[in-house]
Design a protein around this ligand. Structure first.
Ligand SMILES: *Cc1c(COP(=O)(O)O)cnc(C)c1O
Length: 390
């Protein structure tokens, strides 16, 4: 069977070889600890689960949902942005419900870019930004995020001809996979650049509610005038341990939000109304104490990993957000060699940095979404494996 030509544009799946090794190790009876996946291990708060149960039992919720998100859900998102970021949004023109951010990130690309257009994508980054740009036939310009610049892009290094053809610029702070954070001044620089070249600034705020040592992330929409050029993705997945529920919103520039909604109404039929009702409860029942208790759990794990990495000679600065630790590979290994090394020698899975883009080569990502005891055990094993190297 011959697939569409565009399928050939997808880069090879870098976890394939790793998946095979993990399977082999498991088949030989080894107890593998997986620190590769970023998916909260803690449950969704029970009042949100109860709200879903209640909403699911109501017959009016069993029909097709409002495709763009119900008015109540969109109003709740707008109220939350006002309370959390002091950003005002028109619920009907400047917000749209999504079946998770991933869905919206993918479809926004189809609404904005095609052949002849450039999409500016940080490297390393969440792979959906570049795979969708490729599928949509657009050209990807990679914007390297390097340790020397605290994993922030250098916008001045982007050539003028690229900026002139660019339709979208992706930013993701707090950042997956590097754990880096950005200030409002950094967002302001991106807004200014996008205004100058008529580019849509696409901010992915997946990790806004995780913060360590008192840190609280800003929204790109807090930059005055940002709504002229920016759209932002706000997901309930990571903050509320709701990755399986599939609910998020895109907010900001009304033209971009409207285009995404138009495209979506031709593709999907929205989020189950009962899930929207539960999301309303999640945002309306002061969520801040939950965010804080969740952040305390991750912060304890962060400190366990930091200490262990230091002992391995792979020390990094303490990240202020996200549940990722991004650190260099031992002894000049490539990232896939190092992933393989840790699976075989420590029975621990860590994600190879190169799977997030070329600039991720030589780096590894550990996710803190693993029960604390298992994480400690994983660090002991990794330390042992690195010590045996020398
Ligand atoms: C997890 C993640 C998403 C996807 O979130 P969903 O709302 O669950 O689709 C988007 N962007 C980044 C950077 C992520 O890490």
């Amino acid at each position: 069977m011959k697939l569409a030509a565009r399928m050939e544009k997808l880069p090879p799946y870098l976890f394939l070889e790793l998946d095979r090794i993990i399977e082999q190790q498991r088949a030989s009876g080894h107890d593998i600890i997986n620190l590769g996946i970023g998916d909260p291990d803690q449950p969704t708060p029970s009042h949100i689960v109860e709200a879903l149960k209640n909403a699911a039992s109501q017959a009016q919720n069993h029909r097709y949902p409002n495709y763009l998100g119900g008015v109540n859900f969109r109003r709740t998102i707008a109220e939350w942005y006002e309370a959390r970021f002091q950003v005002s949004l028109d619920p009907l023109k400047e917000t749209v419900g999504l079946i998770g951010s991933k869905e919206g990130i993918a479809h926004l690309t189809w609404a904005m870019a095609g052949p002849g257009d450039v999409v500016i994508v940080p490297s390393p980054s969440y792979p959906v930004y570049f795979t969708q740009a490729l599928l949509a036939g657009a050209e990807v310009y990679s914007l390297p995020l390097v340790a020397e610049n605290r994993f922030l892009p250098d916008y001045k290094a982007i050539p003028e001809d690229v900026l002139k053809r660019a339709k979208m610029l992706w930013v993701n702070y707090p950042n997956n996979p590097t754990g880096a954070t950005a200030t409002l001044e950094h967002f302001a620089e991106a807004v200014e650049l996008c205004r100058q070249y008529d580019i849509l600034l696409c901010s992915d705020l997946a990790y806004a509610e995780i913060g360590y040592d008192g840190y609280r992330a800003p929204s790109a929409l807090q930059v005055p005038g940002a709504k002229d050029v920016a759209i932002e993705f706000y997901s309930l997945s990571k903050p509320f341990n709701m990755t399986g529920w599939r609910i998020a919103a895109a907010v900001g520039n009304p033209t971009a939000v409207g285009a995404l909604g138009t495209l979506k109404s031709n593709l999907d039929s929205g989020v189950f109304t009962a899930v929207q009702d539960a999301a309303i409860v999640a945002l309306k029942t002061d969520p801040v104490p939950f965010f804080q208790s969740q952040s305390r759990i991750y912060q304890e794990r962060r400190d366990i990993v930091l200490k262990a990495l230091n002992k391995m000679g792979l020390g990094i600065p303490a990240p202020l957000s996200t549940f990722y630790m991004w650190f260099p590979t031992p002894t000049g290994m490539t990232s896939s060699e190092a992933s393989r090394f840790f699976v075989e020698e420590a029975k621990v899975v860590v994600a190879p940095g190169a799977s997030y883009g070329d600039a991720g080569e030589g780096w590894l990502r550990i996710s803190l979404t693993c029960p604390t005891d298992r994480l400690k055990e994983a660090m002991e094993r990794m330390k042992g494996a690195v010590q045996r190297l020398s």
